[in-house]
Write a protein that binds this ligand. Structure first.
Ligand code: NAD
Length: 420
């Protein structure tokens, strides 16, 4: 049962408190505490050395109340059902916060991509797709990239699904390469959405971004895009870290130079990067730097009750999913640190995934300006709605976002009614 598991249980704690504050009827709310459907698959794959290895994969659909299920796919050795289930639920709330017509899902395969060749990754992806085939489809459940998956992997999913169907189905997956129906603007979408969110919270809090300092944890698809977009706006990113460690420069890092280095470095990590005036930094140090805005963009559970008391940033804009534990959240609230929650601030990825899907199912092709302008409109409107909920109900922004999402999802459920 979901209640016994750790990260899903944490999510339920937040959700239950928000449902109570909203004053919703338990019978209307209780179905949303449970994922609708969960699938665990075994993925036998022939490795390059000729041996067969069996990987475990998951696809969880948390809710289809507001539309087809939508959510990323991650490859990681520590992926488990509880994590995937939690991330699937987060997708339900995220899609509801930004008011796009989707429910929530998530997928994962337990593997270490750093130890796999490109051919092995392809075989895992194709077999995983075949195993979850009955669940996915443009009108049912649409995967997208997440930790350690990318546009190429989405391309393999699209090709495998299409091969089974007998015709090309671009709308089965988003975050694809543009050559096969991916949307312009999708690669930077999560980062660009975070940038729009930062602009909005700075306006509300009276922060002059031209004078502000930023620290970004994680330099993958999301973290790199955020740091680069902030740099291109002329803002000062003083610290960056990834799994290999961190770097710091008081008057701001040259993010384009760092991005180029990481692209060329065979490990795609920042380790070994050298530039004038930079010093190295441990990951934990980055989180507790005295910056104006901290942007965790790596993994979940990075800000915990152990380090929350030491956080000095004025504002935390969550770009990763679930970087702050509920215990840490309480400490940050008491300290008066504003946390802009993941389900709002990192929704840019799913918003442009939605725009990609809309183009796919109608065989349209939009230019990047149009995509970015839709993204900006949706992010700014959503921020404003959460902000109003936060002010009117005198609750932290995370609770406001959850309350708004719950309200929308419960209303949709009530209209649809119970079946049978
Ligand atoms: P990614 O695999 O491309 O990058 C992850 C980055 O985090 C890498 O730079 C990695 O080295 C770093 N990292 C991992 N553990 C770390 C640690 N302990 N300390 C410092 N850095 C560490 O993944 P991504 O797609 O950029 O996703 C990052 C986060 O954003 C995840 O929580 C993901 O669920 C979330 N997210 C991703 C998207 C998307 O569109 N890709 C959308 C919304 C949310």
């Amino acid at each position: 049962m979901p209640e016994q598991n750790h990260s899903y249980a944490n999510m339920l704690k937040v959700l239950d408190a928000c449902a109570e504050k909203l004053g919703v009827c338990w019978d209307d709310y209780v179905p949303l505490r449970y994922p609708e459907r969960e699938l665990t698959v075994s993925i036998p794959v022939e490795m390059d050395d000729g041996h067969v290895k069996v990987f475990t994969g998951y696809r969880v659909q948390h809710s289809s109340v507001r539309g087809p299920c939508k959510g990323g796919l991650r490859y990681s050795s520590d992926v488990d059902l509880d994590e995937v289930r939690t991330l699937a639920a987060l997708m339900t709330w995220k899609c509801a916060v930004v008011n796009i017509p989707y429910g929530g899902a998530k997928g994962g395969v337990q593997c270490d991509p750093t130890k796999l060749s490109s051919q092995e990754l392809m075989r895992i992806t194709r077999r995983y797709t075949a195993m979850i085939l009955p669940l996915i489809g443009p009108e049912k459940d649409i995967p997208a990239p997440d930790v350690n998956t990318n546009a190429q992997i989405m391309g393999w999913i699209m090709d495998t699904y299409s091969a089974f169907k007998g015709f090309t189905v671009p709308g089965v997956v988003t975050g694809k390469p543009v050559e096969i129906g991916g949307s312009l603007g999708r690669e930077d979408a999560t980062g660009r959405g975070v940038l729009f969110t930062i602009n909005q919270i700075a306006l509300k809090k009276g922060i002059d971004l031209n004078k502000a300092s930023f620290a970004v944890q994680g330099f993958g698809k999301v973290g790199e895009a955020i740091a680069r977009l902030l740099y291109q706006e002329g803002y000062r990113v003083v610290a960056i870290s990834d799994i290999s460690g961190g770097i710091y420069k008081e008057d701001g890092l040259d993010i384009l130079d760092l991005s180029n280095y990481v692209k060329k470095n065979p490990s795609h990590l920042i380790e070994g990067y050298k530039a004038e005036g930079i010093s190295s930094l441990a990951n934990q140090e980055l989180l507790t730097l005295g910056v104006d805005i901290l942007v965790p963009s790596a993994r979940e559970n990075q800000i915990t009750e152990d380090n929350a008391g030491d956080i000095k940033a004025k504002i935390i804009v969550e770009a990763a999913n679930g970087p702050t534990t509920p215990e840490a959240d309480q400490i940050l609230n008491e300290k008066g640190i504003t946390v802009v929650p993941d389900i709002l601030s990192n929704a840019g990825g799913v918003v442009v995934s939605y725009l990609e899907w809309v183009q796919n199912i109608q065989y349209l092709m939009w230019d990047e300006k149009k995509v970015n302008s839709f993204l900006q409109e949706i992010m700014e409107r959503s921020f404003q709605e959460v902000w109003e909920f936060h002010e009117q109900n005198k609750v932290p922004m995370r609770e406001a976002a959850y309350m708004l999402a719950l309200d929308r999802t419960i209303k949709a459920r009530k209209i649809r009614g119970n079946f049978p």
